[in-house]
Design a protein around this ligand. Structure first.
Ligand code: ADP
Ligand code: MG
Length: 647
């Protein structure tokens, strides 16, 4: 076949494949057009797996002269020169969407400007424009798209099931609504109203509406010319996938792995494996520092300096997360939010609101393995800890009294209380871990209470199952996992010691050689000076080998290799020095886990009180560094219900 120039129809159809790969994409384009036209109300209807879509807005409309031009390729009213790309105020700018969509569907555009006596209507059949009609209609624009891909059966085959396409459309509309809190959205699926989101006063209110979680928390941070604003759920409210991380750059909904990593980074140590944050994050920068035109669907952006965006996002979330504002909420919030799981849509003010059964309280049930052997297990500990622990720690025999609860419809928590006398007795045959340099940072020491501290205010009643500190507080019992609590304290102490430079450094006679890719070696060497601040001194031993000349005494060599490799991976992936913080955090989490009290260790009332006081000295103290909760609550009213005092 000889070379020929493709006809405009074919060109449009090819382009349509990029812009409107799926109905959800074209819905996004149409809604963005409405927003660009200044609409305050957008009404979206879709049917038939998105093969029929109607978007109605109350925006400024188009003149009858502009109407046919709107369907021309590369025809736009939004930019005129390429420089405009760097000072965009609109979502559209490529002038492609209507051309593309109309080339693969039947499109009816109806529009009326303010002051015009009538509306004008243009029908296009697979790109062929029909004559303009005068019709009745109110101010704004209505785009009706039907018969999507009917002229391209091959594309039609690529559409997923109706329900999958509908879900994608609804997700897109949620993102659009998150980005435009001041716009009212009304959404109909197969003629049924599925969502109505009235205009909101701010992003937080809109996010609460869309994510169906209340309250959400807000954080902000700037790094040079990049600003980030985040609205997010407390770490008890989690999702099973990363789909609940909504990212916006210049208020455009974007998919961005680095920003997503930044959100996860901020929640690091607050979530368990397989748990994902629920958060919406907006990143804003001067238009000249961001390229929004790197993808036909505009779903990706390129920051001039991605590490600034990363740090701004992580900072925005972290700043608020560290204050753990949810702890100050009413006593039941925390426990219920935790039970409510992904949805979290519980009315916290109503004590009669759906109260999950004790089944959902993993910490209440006595560990099955523990029951059998009568010895505590550290099943949650990473394998490598065991050797260390075996030589240093002793586990104690359980001494327990089982209280059997009457069986009711709700599965009862099985608790074994240890009386104080028993605790004292078992303490005698328990050896405290030997004191050494690092352990001194982690022993439970007597500390002054922080006035008004939550943890200090808990009244210690005793120790259950040699694992949980049993306390009461106002209207509830609070069970504190002693290992998790101590781990958090030890972790923060190590972090502080490290930051304050109070650690012992060991010089290696021969540098420790660690192999990694030349690219990673290069990345690490660039950071050599920073890494030295962590007490790790490195040099190049070869293109694919880093030598460690000195390192903090308490980091095991095997851990060191892993940590450096991980840092290098991040440096290569993300650039910037944020990874240092993470590296230190990882090391400290591992070290903390090695050196603190275990489940199965008897503690005196004073030791327990001290531990709780220490918790108040550190931010973020409601989770252990591995993300497990530190405490679980059991409201008295629930107890009363269980005892049949109230129904
Ligand atoms: P772009 O949005 O990139 O300019 P489109 O193909 O999406 O390209 O739209 C082409 C033009 O049609 C826009 O520049 C705008 O002038 C006009 N237009 C499209 N949709 C609307 C609408 N809902 N209200 C008013 N004008 C619209
Ligand atoms: Mg557009």
């Amino acid at each position: 076949m000889s070379i020929q120039v493709l006809s405009p129809e074919v060109v449009d159809q090819i382009a349509a494949g990029e812009v409107v790969e799926r109905p959800a994409h074209l819905v996004k384009e149409l809604v963005e057009n409405s927003i660009d036209a200044g609409a305050t109300r957008v009404h979206v209807e879709f049917f038939d797996g998105g093969r029929i879509v109607k978007v109605i807005d109350n925006g400024k409309g188009m003149s009858p002269e502009d109407l046919p031009k709107a369907l021309d390729r590369f025809a736009t009213s939004k930019i005129s020169k390429s420089d405009d790309l760097w000072s965009l105020k609109t979502f559209g700018f490529r002038g492609e969407a209507l051309a593309s969509i109309s080339s693969v569907s039947k499109m009816t555009l109806t529009t009326r400007r303010e002051g015009d006596e009538q509306a004008f209507q243009l029908v296009s059949l697979y790109g062929k424009k029909q004559p303009i009609d005068r019709v009745g209609g109110s101010q704004g624009t209505t785009v009706l798209m039907e018969n999507l891909f009917e002229n391209m059966p091959a594309r039609l085959k690529f559409l997923k099931s109706d329900s999958a396409e509908h879900t994608a459309i609804k997700t897109t509309l949620k993102a659009m609504a998150l980005a435009h809190h001041d716009v009212e959205f009304r959404i109909q699926e197969n003629s049924k109203l599925v969502n109505f989101w009235p205009a909101c006063k701010d992003r937080k209110e809109r996010a609460e509406q869309i994510l169906e979680i209340k309250p959400l928390f807000v954080g902000e941070a700037s790094r040079e010319y990049v600003k980030a604003y985040a609205v997010f759920a407390d770490p008890h409210n989690v999702a099973k996938t990363a789909k609940n991380i909504w990212l916006f750059a210049q208020n455009r909904w974007v998919q961005d792995r680095s920003l997503q990593a930044a959100v996860n980074e901020a929640y690091r140590s607050l979530l368990m494996h397989g748990e994902f944050p629920i958060a919406a994050v907006w990143v804003e920068t001067d238009p000249e520092y961001i390229d929004v035109n790197i993808h036909p669907t505009k779903s990706q952006v390129k920051f001039h300096d991605p590490s600034l965006a990363f740090r701004a996002v992580a900072g925005a979330l972290r700043g608020t997360l560290e204050k753990a504002p949810w702890i100050q909420q009413s006593g039941q919030l925390r426990s219920q939010a935790q039970f409510a799981g992904e949805k979290g849509a519980v009315d916290y003010s109503d004590p009669a609101a759906t109260y999950p059964s004790a089944k959902s309280l993993p910490n209440f049930a006595v560990n099955a393995a523990t029951e059998k052997s009568g010895v505590t297990t550290q099943s949650e500990m990473p394998k490598e800890n065991l050797a260390f622990q075996d030589s240093t720690f002793k586990t104690t025999q359980f001494q327990k009294k089982d209280f059997s609860f009457p069986t009711t419809s709700v599965q009862q928590p099985q608790m074994s209380y240890q009386t104080l006398a028993e605790a004292a007795e078992s303490r005698q045959n328990f050896e405290m871990p030997p004191k050494n340099d690092t352990a001194s940072a982690t022993n439970i020491e007597a500390v002054a209470p922080v006035s008004g501290g939550y943890w200090s205010s808990l009244e210690v009643l005793g120790q259950a199952n040699l694992t949980y500190i049993v306390t009461q507080h106002r209207d509830k019992m609070v069970f504190v996992d002693q290992h998790a609590a101590h781990e958090r304290v030890a972790y923060e102490k190590l972090m502080n010691a490290w930051k304050g430079g109070k650690i012992d450094i060991q010089d290696f006679l021969f540098p420790l050689a660690i192999d990694m890719s030349p690219e990673k070696v290069e990345g690490l060497l660039l950071l050599a000076k920073d890494i030295e601040r962590l007490g790790v001194f490195i040099e190049a031993l070869g293109p694919g080998t880093v030598g460690v000349k000195a390192a903090p005494l308490f980091i095991k060599e095997s851990v060191l290799g892993k940590v450096l490799d991980r840092m290098a991976t991040e440096v290569v992936d993300q650039g910037g020095s944020y990874s240092l913080e993470r590296a230190v955090g990882d090391i400290c989490a591992t070290m903390a886990c090695h050196s603190v009290v275990r489940a199965g260790q008897a503690l005196s009332i004073d030791q327990m009180k001290n531990l709780l006081r220490e918790m108040d000295h550190f931010p973020l103290s409601s989770f252990c560094p591995h993300g497990r909760p530190v405490s679980v609550e059991y409201p008295f009213y629930k107890l009363e219900k269980d005892f049949g005092r109230i129904v």
